[in-house]
Design a protein around this ligand. Structure first.
Ligand SMILES: [Zn+2]
Length: 75
């Protein structure tokens, strides 16, 4: 069972850090838990693409700090 990658991205409206699974940010439409602002998938698309690329390059540890056990550990 794969644990989904979690992302912490800043809300473009209120600046709150939104910590959700990647799929949450890829929803067509979602709302910020902090300010209830409308968030379209496109607003995060570039960030997510960059992050996924970083994960491929194993830079992910820089972003997430500690490795989580059971997820992509040997990649
Ligand atoms: Zn917000």
């Amino acid at each position: 069972m794969l644990a989904e990658e979690m992302l912490a991205l800043d809300c473009p409206y209120c600046g709150a850090t939104i910590y959700q699974p990647i799929s949450w940010f890829k929803q067509t439409y979602s709302t910020c838990p902090a300010c209830d602002g409308g968030l379209a998938a496109g607003q995060f698309e570039k960030t997510i693409t960059d992050l996924e690329q970083a994960m491929d390059e194993n830079v992910v540890e820089m972003i997430f700090g500690k490795p989580q056990s059971g997820c992509c550990g040997n990649h």
